[in-house]
Design a protein around this ligand. Structure first.
Ligand SMILES: *[C@@H]1O[C@H](CO)[C@@H](O)[C@H](O)[C@H]1NC(C)=O
Ligand SMILES: *[C@@H]1O[C@H](CO)[C@@H](O)[C@H](O)[C@H]1NC(C)=O
Ligand SMILES: *[C@@H]1O[C@H](CO)[C@@H](O)[C@H](O)[C@H]1NC(C)=O
Ligand SMILES: *[C@@H]1O[C@H](CO)[C@@H](O)[C@H](O)[C@H]1NC(C)=O
Ligand SMILES: *[C@@H]1O[C@H](CO)[C@@H](O)[C@H](O)[C@H]1NC(C)=O
Ligand SMILES: *[C@@H]1O[C@H](CO)[C@@H](O)[C@H](O)[C@H]1NC(C)=O
Ligand SMILES: *[C@@H]1O[C@H](CO)[C@@H](O)[C@H](O)[C@H]1NC(C)=O
Length: 519
């Protein structure tokens, strides 16, 4: 105990000497600027013509804090004072992520909640709790529609961009109804001997959701037929389809509709897309997930970043006068964490943030609601007493564990790597695995609340602690789609000045119309 107290004392002293310029005036004026800004804050009760939902897969609060420090340190700052782009959004709330059957959720149950507005079981996509995991029969009649589908029904353009497979849990909940997130392609249905009544996720994307304007991500293997050689792998993946080729089918549909379209699978194709004259895009940039940023090839045969895909998607979608809904997923933050490769997860988070930056620059807070959230957290920690500015990927400076071995500031509650002597090991490498306490082949999700950041029309509705399915309802209400058309048709919708009553009256009308629709 005394040595701990002594260490704190030493660290306190180091801190004070390093930050001498940050005197009382420094902190007081910073706080006063913040106070002034918040005193001027007004509610934006406009209609959200456009909605962009950014989903950092597995991006819990420890990830956000560590990524902010990482981002600052990449710019040679101490890091702690740095800010991610979305941390400047005007509103913030907390989201409860449990599913109907699990305290700590998976990405399918959570995606169904924030996209379709209802909680369901872990592993289930686009269906309510009546559906049982992997039970095709029980899923009939349990289908629920997503905010993407509702937006399309209102004549908006819609898009999905992700660094994961387009058939992976988060994007899939935007368009499919599947009793299992693992039924990504026909291969998986054959393996699980699924009733032919149920179709796979890639099939549903092309055959039942051909109206989605922009689709970009990985997962090509679930679309290509077994007759084709994957153009990047130069072999046929065993996940490819024996039944049909969904890329050829997508192109055939667009040609039949005389729709301007582009199928691309690398940067050369991606860069050649002219958003002014292209209405439909199918981009399948990898056989499986897209590359981690640290491994991404940026040349013509490589693939675009999440920010580049987001920019192209907005350029295409914004041609629609009725507006658009776009889902942007940073899908590989989660994968870095599962492998306890914190550097990879943090770089993915910073890249996700740069996609938010692009969208923020291209849109107007008057008519576009930007929302940033996570589906769930990870068993990830920032701990020890590292001094100010200590490398976030490094070991805690001037201190070792009771076992006399150095330890990293970033650790995991569980995972594949056990505690070991880190002397002489580069803990900042992208392939370095931080240790986890409980041995697990893959590190797990965590169950604490995740934040939701928002700016633009109705962003203030996120303030507070909410169930995760509430998110889809706010998106629908703000943009007047799905069960909430009323606000836009009412003359009150033109009220834009900031006052409590301008919100209370429409919500009163909403309650009345909801009540009437229940009768
Ligand atoms: C940070 O410092 C390194 C080493 O001095 C330098 O190479 C790099 O360009 C700097 N980065 C920035 C963003 O200033
Ligand atoms: C699947 O769901 C159906 C309908 O709810 C039910 O009758 C059946 O027993 C379930 N099958 C399994 C294997 O649980
Ligand atoms: C999906 O598309 C297939 C083929 O066009 C069709 O048979 C099926 O009924 C569709 N399913 C839904 C739920 O629309
Ligand atoms: C696949 O073939 C192309 C064209 O021949 C070649 O450029 C590429 O390097 C090959 N890729 C792999 C992974 O072998
Ligand atoms: C694959 O090629 C065979 C022989 O040409 C053809 O009969 C079959 O329909 C093709 N399958 C697909 C999925 O394209
Ligand atoms: C297809 O679209 C082009 C360009 O918009 C138009 O010139 C042409 O007439 C259309 N053809 C048909 C068959 O609709
Ligand atoms: C850790 O490794 C270093 C370098 O090999 C060694 O000097 C040190 O004694 C080791 N510490 C422990 C506690 O084993």
């Amino acid at each position: 105990m005394t040595s701990l107290k002594f260490n704190i004392l030493i660290l306190g002293f180091v801190y004070l000497t390093q930050t001498a310029a940050q005197d009382a005036q420094f902190w007081n004026s910073m706080a006063q600027e913040n106070l002034k800004k918040n005193l001027q804050k007004q509610w934006n009760t406009n209609i959200a013509k456009n909605v962009i939902l950014f989903l950092g897969d597995g991006m819990g609060i420890p990830t956000i804090t560590a990524a902010r420090i990482y981002k600052g340190q990449q710019q040679n700052e101490t890091g702690e004072e740095s800010k991610l782009v979305f941390e400047e959004f005007s509103e913030l709330g907390l989201i409860k992520t449990y599913t109907t059957d699990e305290q700590v959720p998976d990405s399918a149950g959570t995606a169904t909640a924030f996209l379709c507005g209802v909680k369901t079981k872990s592993g289930v996509l686009g269906m309510d709790d009546r559906a049982d995991y992997k039970n095709c029969t029980s899923s009939t009649g349990a289908e629920v529609d997503s905010i993407l589908r509702m937006s399309k029904q209102k004549g908006k353009s819609v898009g999905i961009v992700t660094t994961a497979r387009l058939t992976h849990a988060t994007p899939a909940a935007a368009y499919c109804h599947s009793a299992s997130r693992s039924w990504e392609g026909s291969y998986n249905l054959i393996q699980d001997m699924v009733d032919p009544l149920c179709t796979d996720i890639a099939y549903q994307l092309v055959m039942n959701n051909s109206d989605i304007d922009v689709l970009m991500g990985g997962g090509r293997r679930f679309f290509l037929s077994t007759n084709k050689t994957d153009p990047e792998l130069n072999y046929t993946s065993y996940y490819q389809r024996p039944d049909m080729d969904l890329v050829d089918e997508w192109i055939r549909q667009k040609q039949a509709d005389n729709a301007s379209h582009s199928y691309v699978w690398n940067n050369a194709g991606f860069n050649a897309i002219d958003p002014k004259v292209t209405d439909y895009v199918l981009g399948l940039f990898e056989s499986s997930h897209m590359q981690y940023e640290y491994q991404r090839e940026k040349g013509p045969s490589g693939e675009p970043s999440l920010a580049e895909m987001t920019k192209k998607a907005i350029e295409i979608l914004q041609k629609n006068d009725k507006g658009y809904f776009l889902l942007v997923e940073g899908g590989r933050i989660d994968h870095g964490h599962h492998a306890t490769q914190a550097a990879a997860a943090l770089l993915e988070t910073v890249m996700f943030d740069s996609a938010v930056q692009v969208a923020k620059e291209m849109t107007d807070t008057d008519d576009t609601l930007l929302v940033v959230t996570a589906d769930h957290s990870h068993a990830f920690m920032i701990a020890g007493y590292p001094s100010r500015g200590n490398d976030i990927l490094g070991t805690v400076d001037e201190e070792v564990g009771e076992d006399d071995m150095p330890y990293t500031t970033l650790t995991y509650g569980n995972g594949p790597q056990q505690r070991r002597n880190l002397t002489g090991i580069d803990t900042t490498a992208f392939t370095f695995r931080q240790s986890g306490v409980v041995p697990k082949s893959s590190e797990t999700h965590a169950g604490e609340d995740v934040p939701v950041y928002a700016q633009g029309p109705m962003a203030h509705l996120f303030v507070g602690t909410h169930e995760q399915n509430y998110i889809a309802h706010v998106l629908a209400y703000a943009s007047c789609v799905g069960p909430y058309p009323g606000r836009c048709d009412s003359p009150l919708s033109s009220v834009t000045e900031s006052s409590a009553s301008s919100v209370i009256i429409p919500s009163l009308l909403l309650s009345i119309s909801l009540f009437l629709s229940l009768l």
